[in-house]
Design a protein around this ligand. Structure first.
Ligand code: ADP
Length: 476
């Protein structure tokens, strides 16, 4: 059975309050009543002695008794529930409350009995008498017997005090319970309201809304954490969604150009406008190759961006591998009058997929060549460090502006379509093949599949540097 957070919190607050009330009540009855009882008993004893002392002042050593004074003291004592009897040394009664007003005495005793029975269930008490010697100076002149309902009794004021205390405890208990319920509801609200907000936000995200953001702050750190996590989720879904949309649009756009060329050229051939000579057919073939390259690039990328891309790893000397790639491209660079220099003499062998890693380096090299004018220079440096092996490809080409630099690794991203398709090469405008903005995405996917990183730095007009880091651990 599931219960709401509000009910749970309120119940636990009420339980804690109840526990406190029970503990306080138990302590109050146990400790407070015990000490109050001792106080009442001590008080009784003190009062008895006061009565005896007062009577002693009315007793003459020569046998003369102040009967009126003693009667006043006795009556006063009777009012407080004490039955006083005064005798002289010979045992003659000087004053006796029962003789004076027996009805009142009996009424007092039964009143006290009723008081005790009202307070304590199963109270077993009875009439008790204590005898005190009566002294005048150093001589004993008689005795005072004080009778009361014992072993102790509560008079009306004592009873009123104890009952008031009980009422106070009851009131405190009711107030504590009410506060517990109120506090439970309020603090539950503090949690349930933001939680409901998060639930509503996730439902909206699930329903396809991408503009969901929880802006309200709470006073609970964990709840703010959940809201921040949902906001991050919403943002990243939004990003993914717009990336997906852009990808589809970009792909359509990239395919349209070669397809349109193909279509118009083929129509011209069909209509007999053009002769189907070898040059024209070769042109058509080139367009088909372009589409083919793009599709296989995309396929390649999709394979590399899988959760666990398949890599054919073998222990490979990275410096040697990169040196080989540089050597293979020297002629191409020479023909474009771009210098190519290799530096590196390490011998570290890492477990990598040599074909894929070569692909990444080739993509960097071919970009460096494509964006460097004749007379420029491209240097490739391999450095072996404790963290791994670093491959740096630096050119003295046109560079990349700071606004474009963060995006160059994105699929289909080209700094400027016109710029990347044609570049001045010593006055000659050269049509770039490829150039669909996938090269760096593939390089990045390859490097990341090896657990490495790729980064770019550039100053426009001066050149760019791309750095690949293949870690020892990720490729071990
Ligand atoms: P492409 O296949 O178009 O070269 P890439 O993903 O390799 O696509 O590169 C993306 C874009 O980054 C390029 O179109 C170009 O604008 C820019 N770029 C890449 N490398 C360089 C470089 N070495 N110098 C200047 N711009 C570069």
């Amino acid at each position: 059975m599931t219960t709401s957070l509000r009910t749970r919190l309120t119940i636990s607050y009420v339980l804690v309050a109840l526990l406190c009330v029970v503990l306080i009540s138990a302590l109050a009855t146990g400790v407070l009543e015990g000490s109050f009882r001792r106080y009442v008993q001590a008080n009784l004893e003190t009062r008895n002695r006061q009565i005896v002392d007062q009577i002693a002042t009315r007793a003459g050593s020569n046998g003369s008794w102040d009967a009126a004074g003693i009667s006043a003291i006795g009556m006063d004592a009777l009012d407080q529930g004490m039955i006083v009897k005064v005798r002289d040394t010979a045992g003659r009664t000087i004053w006796d409350a029962t003789q004076h007003n027996n009805g009142l005495c009996e009424q007092m005793i039964s009143h006290m009995a009723a008081n005790m029975a009202s307070r304590y269930r199963n109270w077993r008490g009875g009439y008790t008498e204590t005898l005190y010697p009566l002294r005048s100076g150093f001589a004993t002149v008689g005795s005072v017997s004080i009778g009361y309902y014992g072993p102790f009794f509560l008079n009306d004021e004592d009873l009123a005090f104890l009952n008031a205390l009980n009422r106070l405890l009851l009131l405190a208990a009711v107030a504590a319970l009410a506060a517990a319920v109120g506090l439970g509801l309020v603090s539950a609200r503090e949690i349930t309201v933001p939680l409901a907000r998060v639930a509503a936000a996730t439902n909206r995200i699930a329903a396809g809304r991408r503009d969901v953001l929880i802006r309200e702050k709470t006073s609970v750190r964990e709840l703010d954490g959940i809201a921040a996590a949902v906001n991050d989720l919403s943002r990243s879904l939004d990003e993914q969604e717009s990336l997906r949309r852009r990808l589809t649009a970009d792909m359509a756009h990239e395919l349209r150009t070669p397809l349109a060329t193909l279509q118009s050229h083929l129509e011209a051939l069909i209509d007999g406008v053009w002769e189907p000579d070898q040059r024209r057919l070769a042109g058509l073939h080139e367009e088909i190759l372009r589409i083919n390259r793009m599709v296989s690039d995309l396929e390649n990328l999709a394979r590399l961006e899988k959760e666990a891309p398949e890599l054919r790893r073998t222990r490979t000397g990275i410096t040697e591998l990169v040196n080989g790639i540089v050597r293979n491209h020297e002629a191409q660079f020479r023909s474009r009058e771009v210098g190519l220099v290799f530096t590196g003499n390490g011998a570290v062998r890492l477990s990598v997929d040599p074909d894929r890693l070569s692909q990444a380096v080739i993509n960097l090299l071919s970009n460096a060549l494509d964006f460097t004018a004749p007379g420029g220079k491209v240097s490739v440096v391999v450095t072996e460090g404790s963290a791994g092996v670093e491959i740096r490809v630096a050119d003295t080409g046109i560079g990349i502006g700071p606004d474009d630099l963060p995006h160059v690794f994105e699929r289909f991203y080209r700094v400027d379509t016109s710029r990347s398709r044609t570049i001045e090469h010593g006055g000659l405008r050269r049509e770039r093949t490829g150039g669909s903005g996938i090269g760096l995405s593939i390089a990045k996917a390859i490097v990341e599949a090896h657990g490495g990183t790729i980064s770019a730095a550039s100053s426009p007009g001066k050149g760019s540097t791309f750095t690949i880091l293949i870690p020892r651990s990720g490729s071990a």
